[in-house]
Design a protein around this ligand. Sequence first.
Ligand SMILES: Nc1ncnc2c1ncn2[C@@H]1O[C@H](COP(=O)(O)OP(=O)(O)OP(=O)(O)O)[C@@H](O)[C@H]1O
Ligand SMILES: Nc1nc2c(c(=O)[nH]1)N=C(CO)CN2
Length: 162
Amino acid sequence: MSNQVYLSVGSNMGDRAANLSQAVAQLKQIPGVVVQQVSPIYQTQPVGGVVQDDFLNIAIRLVTSQNAHDLLNSLHQIEQQLRRKRLVHWGPRTIDLDILYFNHETYHDQTLTIPHPEIKNRRFVLISLLDVLNDEQLITQTKQQLEATPDQNWVEIYGNKR
Ligand SMILES: Nc1ncnc2c1ncn2[C@@H]1O[C@H](COP(=O)(O)OP(=O)(O)OP(=O)(O)O)[C@@H](O)[C@H]1O
Ligand SMILES: Nc1nc2c(c(=O)[nH]1)N=C(CO)CN2
C-alpha cells in the first residue's frame, strides 16, 4: 500500500449523494486500495462553461499497491458500474473520478496526466482537497493555488454525510 493518492469525485445527475457514496463504497472494494479519508460533500457551481445542473463533489485520500494506470482502470470500472455515459466534454455525469495526485509523481501519456492538469483551475477541487491532505508540501501549494485561482464559482458545504 505504498502509493499515496488523492482523488476528486463529482456527480451532477440522478441521486448525486447516493452516487458519491456508492463510488466510495466501490473504491473500498478494490483489491489493494485503502480509503483513508473522505472530505465533506460540497455543492458546487459547474465549472467550464457547459450549462448543466450543480455538482456534488468530494475529495478522497487513499493508499494503494496498484500503479497509476491500474488504479485509473479501476476508476473507469466504477464509472461504468454507475452507468456514466460520456456525452459532452466537461458535461453532466452520474459520476466522475479523477486522480489528482499519485505520490509526488509527474506523468503524461494519452490516457493519464498526473498531477491532474485542472487542479489549480477548480476551487471545488482545491477546497475539498485541503480537507483531506496530510502532506505539508501539498497543503502549502494548495493554499497558494486557492488564493491565486481565477475560478470564482461558488462552493458550499452540502451536508455532514461522508
Ligand atoms: N489524472 C487523471 N484522472 C482521471 N482521468 C484522466 C487523468 N488524466 C487523464 N485522464 C483521462 O481523461 C479521460 C477523459 O476523462 P473524462 O471524460 O472524465 O474527462 P472530463 O471529466 O470531461 O474532464 P476532466 O478530466 O478535466 O475532469 C479518461 O478516460 C482518462 O483516460
Ligand atoms: N462544479 C464542478 N464543475 C465541473 C466538474 C465537477 O466535478 N464539479 N467536473 C467537470 C469535468 O470533469 C467540469 N465541471
